[in-house]
Write a protein that binds this ligand. Structure first.
Ligand code: NAD
Ligand code: MN
Length: 498
């Protein structure tokens, strides 16, 4: 482990206070303000509105008022605006990345991936929407049948703190492309890059199409999902809050999209180049500080190579550079906050009590000048598949290692969790790779390259990992409803039915 300290020179230029963004303007928050702090230094970066029913109501009203005109805007014009949003994100990315690195505590270099993905989302949906409205039209007896897609209306969208701009793009791009207006509630711990982005894109959007209400989950978030005038709920975050959002949707018969976490298996076959596999596995469990639902946190390693693989995995973990988030050479930085840090450390205690063996790591590390942060060593734990450490989402830089000796056993262990968001497989035998990929219960399976996101591919979870898909064309359907129109040339002659 290496500790370094060097900071970036881009100016973050934040406002002192961010109330809700309503009708194109940041306005005064109705229920007071809370601090947003730099995750690793504790320095107050800005204040955000606490959020509550009044702020939410104003935002929903703005979105409602803007809806008819936005829905009626020709798709070519909406497409062009989405491309302009992508350009704005691209032009402003260095500053937004720095803000996001400071508030999340994540290493600045990671945001190159986040922002490339986010920019791509807007460009993808700018293109995809041009084909979205090609419905069916065919002659029927004495007339024509037409099917068409219509937007849903006002969308309520809630996102977490781990990958703010990726989440913002996943929510905004398909909703806007399909002709909806929206109110986004970013997470209280990391929302400043999102609010700044929200401000910047107002230049190319009509007033009230994109509104944002920052604030506390139980207040701003709850008020948003409970608002009587929203037409769709979309949420990414914990399973517990996902259930609350799902119930709110059920009570009011609203369409809902939920993305709720994971515990991805990463299966290693004995035919791999072990050094390359260790590198890919390390990326897979340490990227995003381990604070992501797609991480490959359960390493299932074939018996024949287990000892050598694990030894090399430990050696590789020792070399992962822990340092200040805004230092370009840092590879692992600070978790979001104390609560998350203690939660992760507590899981290591649980692991020990269960009889799992911490083979490397397990400790908090101090980085000079960043004492507020929870920097956690890359942690490798030998565990039985049934143990809590191998079943529950940790959301920290930790992986369990477990042996397997035949493919059916690997698949059984891989599927024996309540989640099913992602999975990884490493092998030179593509037949084995695809056979396992077909049997793994996961929405995304990456063979030989973890996090291999491809533009337009559906993303979402099996089992408790959620409901619905984002990121691809299915997302446009999730933000649309279909209408069937049957037009007869004339009324049926008298006496046809009676
Ligand atoms: P959370 O689910 O509480 O927060 C996610 C978002 O939901 C935030 O914007 C929050 O303000 C909002 N929220 C909270 N309570 C709400 C409510 N009652 N109504 C409406 N919105 C509400 O997540 P957390 O507490 O920040 O993290 C806890 C754990 O959740 C993590 O350790 C991790 O395991 C998991 N998690 C998963 C993801 C993911 O990408 N799937 C993201 C973040 C956290
Ligand atoms: Mn919470």
């Amino acid at each position: 482990m290496t500790v370094s300290s060097k900071t970036s020179s881009v100016d973050v230029n934040l406002d002192l206070k961010y109330g809700p963004l309503i009708n194109g303007q940041i306005v005064e928050a109705a229920d007071g303000y809370i601090d947003v702090v730099n995750a690793s230094t504790g320095e107050v970066l800005a204040q955000i509105g606490k959020g509550g029913t009044e702020d939410v109501d104003k935002a929903v009203k703005a979105a409602r008022a803007a809806f008819p005109a936005w829905a009626a805007t020709p798709i070519e014009a909406r497409s062009s605006i989405l491309n302009k949003i992508a350009d704005i994100l691209e032009e402003n990315q260095e500053r937004l990345k720095l803000i996001e690195s400071m508030e999340t505590g994540r290493a600045i270099h990671e945001f190159d991936l986040d922002y490339a993905l986010a920019i791509n989302q807007f460009r993808y949906f700018a293109g995809a929407v041009l084909t979205h409205y090609v419905g069916e039209s065919r002659p029927v007896d004495n007339g024509y049948l037409i099917t068409k897609k219509e937007p849903l209306g006002v969308c309520a969208q809630i996102i977490p703190w781990n990958v703010p701009m990726i989440m913002t793009s996943f929510k905004l791009a398909p909703a806007l492309a399909a002709g909806n207006t929206l109110v986004l509630k970013p997470a209280e711990d990391a929302c400043l890059s999102v609010l700044e982005f929200g401000k910047l894109i107002q230049e190319v959007l009509p007033e009230g199409v994109v509104n944002m209400v920052p604030g506390i989950g139980k207040e701003a978030g709850q008020a948003l999902i409970d608002h009587p005038d929203v037409d769709k709920l979309a949420f990414t975050g914990s399973v517990d809050v996902g259930r609350i959002v799902g119930r709110a949707a059920g009570d009011r018969i609203l369409p809902v999209t939920l993305e709720l976490g994971g515990k991805a298996p990463h299966i290693v076959f004995p035919d791999v180049d072990i050094d390359a596999a260790v590198e890919n596995a390390t990326l897979g469990y340490t990227f995003f500080n381990g604070e992501s639902c797609i991480l490959g946190t359960r390493l299932l390693v074939h018996d024949d190579i287990y000892d050598e693989f694990v030894e090399k995995l430990i050696e590789r973990a020792k070399k992962v550079k822990i340092g200040p988030p805004t230092d370009r050479s840092t590879r692992l930085a600070s978790l979001i906050n104390k609560k998350q840090g203690e939660r992760v450390l507590n899981y290591f205690e649980i692991a020990k009590q269960e009889g799992a063996k911490i083979l490397y790591g397990g400790n908090r590390v101090t980085v000079p000048g960043h004492e507020h942060g929870y920097f956690i060593e890359p942690t490798i734990i030998e565990a039985e598949p049934h143990m809590r450490i191998a079943q529950e989402e940790i959301f920290g830089p930790a992986a369990t290692v477990t042996r397997w000796s035949d493919i059916d056993e690997a698949v059984r262990i891989a599927n024996d969790v309540k989640y099913g968001l992602a999975a990884g497989i490493m092998t030179n035998d593509i037949e084995n790779g695809l056979t396992v990929a077909n049997k793994v219960q996961a929405g995304s399976v990456w063979i030989n390259s973890y996090f291999n996101f491809q533009t337009g591919a559906p993303f979402g979870g099996y089992k408790n990992s959620g409901v619905g898909r984002e990121h691809g064309k299915e997302a446009l359907d999730a933000y649309s409803q279909s209408k069937t129109i049957v037009a007869a040339f004339k009324l049926p002659p008298l006496g046809t039915f009676l």
